[in-house]
Design a protein around this ligand. Structure first.
Ligand code: MEV
Length: 444
């Protein structure tokens, strides 16, 4: 058991690593491993160090490309950051499949985000309402300076509303604020606005005669944006004639009917819905990460939306109407293409360049297409070959690396496992056989 450390953040990077090595690292190579992931350019490394406190190294993930995304008639290559071996391949496959069938049709139906000032007030709701109506303009005007630039560009605070929440929690009220943050995700902007309005709320409340009694003074509990953004919505759709969906032994109609059934199961069953939506997020998160956006915010918002009707449900819908198969996804995505990490991380900048410098609205569309493509690929595999065939094929290299296979062994394994099921055991057995002196002939 170690003692708690104090002043850790004040230590230099080397001191932090020394401390870590002394107290936690048993493997003598771990320090070298940490250091081997430092960027060779000191200024780039410094940039990464500054992203977060107590940075001692960088954590690399593959940055891949999924080409052939035809989105509203424009072709895109999607930068995707993910560790899951089959995700980029699946996205690329689905993109190519739909590029030959008209591509993805996507639209944004809203970009409004929101935040709340949470208030505890044991007095009469009518008094708080009166106070709010009398002071709403003053509270709103308090953010003039913070809002100036955003307003000049056409965004800012859209509305302030006092909500009586006493039915769900005694004495609980909320000032619900809606915002338009244009190409920025706007988290800092919204939180600064909310905190300033909360300060002004308090100042004005102090001079409001009805609140003179200390026991009925409205207390600001907290002020924070919400990641539940059901008004910041994007819709993506693909469609084609049922006949054009033939897959293996399944006719186009059989495939379409089985596909619709699989998507409907995710609509009605929570166990399936969660995994179904995880598959959608495989695509979305990869683009969110590549573009330096906040994947936790996106995840939280998307899953809240999936449960908006009281039951957690799949986020895509599939249907067959008169020989036409349609497959759609509707999700909230509050993301940005300016500010935050998007314009700081050198690789986010490259990602945005690859995506033709999109506006936030365009990026929402691209991400929605990525999610729909990923879900199509997953469900297609599930209802035809099963997921493991493609997944394990991609994972084979990881297993071979884990088992320290040589380049020659990897080549032979790729050939052998084209027609044999991949598992950790089967690959280990293959290598043992391959390496055994009695099997030298295989190597020829
Ligand atoms: C794996 O990362 C994602 C899937 O499980 C999604 C799904 O089941 O639809 C394949």
């Amino acid at each position: 058991m170690h003692h708690p450390v104090s002043g850790f953040s004040k230590k230099s990077k080397s001191e932090k690593i020394e401390w870590l090595a002394r107290h936690y690292l048993k493997n003598p190579e771990s320090v070298a491993t940490l250091k081997s992931y430092w960027h060779q350019d000191i200024s780039v490394q410094q940039l990464h160090d500054d992203f977060s406190e107590n940075t001692v190294s960088n954590y690399w993930l593959p940055f891949g490309l999924a080409p052939n995304f035809l989105i509203n008639d424009s072709l895109y290559v999607l930068p995707m950051v993910t560790e899951e071996s089959s995700v980029v391949a699946a996205a690329g496959n689905a993109a190519k499949f739909w590029a030959g069938r008209g591509g993805f049709k996507v639209s944004v139906s809203g970009t409004t985000t929101n935040g709340q000032i949470h208030i505890s007030y044991p007095g009469s709701p009518a008094s708080l309402k009166q106070f709010f109506e009398e002071n709403k303009t003053g509270i709103r005007n308090a953010i003039r300076t913070i809002e100036k630039n955003m307003k000049e560009r056409g965004g800012g605070l859209l509305n302030l509303e006092l909500l009586d929440k006493t039915r769900v929690l005694s004495g609980y009220f909320q000032i619900h604020a809606t915002f338009e943050t244009l190409d920025a995700m706007g988290a800092n902007f919204i939180n600064s606005c909310l905190e300033q309005m909360a300060r002004t709320f308090k100042e004005k409340a102090e001079s409001f005669s009805v609140f003179k009694n200390k026991n009925t003074f409205p207390e600001v509990v907290m002020s924070i944006l919400s990641n539940h953004v059901p008004e910041c919505l994007v819709h993506a759709e693909v469609s084609c004639e049922v006949d054009r969906l033939q897959s293996g032994k399944l006719s186009g109609r059989e495939f379409a009917e089985k596909f619709v059934k699989a998507v409907t199961i995710a609509e009605v069953d929570t166990h399936r819905a969660v995994t179904h939506n995880k598959g959608i997020m495989n695509g979305i998160d990869a683009v969110v990460l590549a573009t330096g956006n906040d994947f936790r915010a996106v995840e939280a918002g998307v899953h809240a939306y999936a449960a908006r009707n009281g039951t957690y449900s799949g986020l895509t819908r599939a249907a067959i109407t008169e020989d036409i198969f349609t497959f759609q996804l509707k999700i909230p995505l509050a993301i940005g293409t300016v500010g935050g990490l998007t314009s700081l991380h050198p690789l986010s900048k490259v990602s945005l360049e690859i995506l033709k410098s999109p506006s936030a609205k365009q990026l929402m569309k691209i991400m929605a297409a990525a999610g729909l493509a990923q879900n199509f690929a997953a469900v297609r595999s599930l209802i035809t070959t099963g997921i493991q065939k493609g997944h394990m094929k991609m994972h084979l290299t990881n297993i071979l690396n884990q088992l320290q296979a040589s380049e020659e062994e990897k080549k032979k394994a790729q050939i052998y496992f084209k027609n044999n099921p991949v598992s950790h055991t089967s690959v280990a057995e293959f290598l043992t056989d391959f390496r055994s002196p009695s099997n030298q002939h295989i190597k020829q």
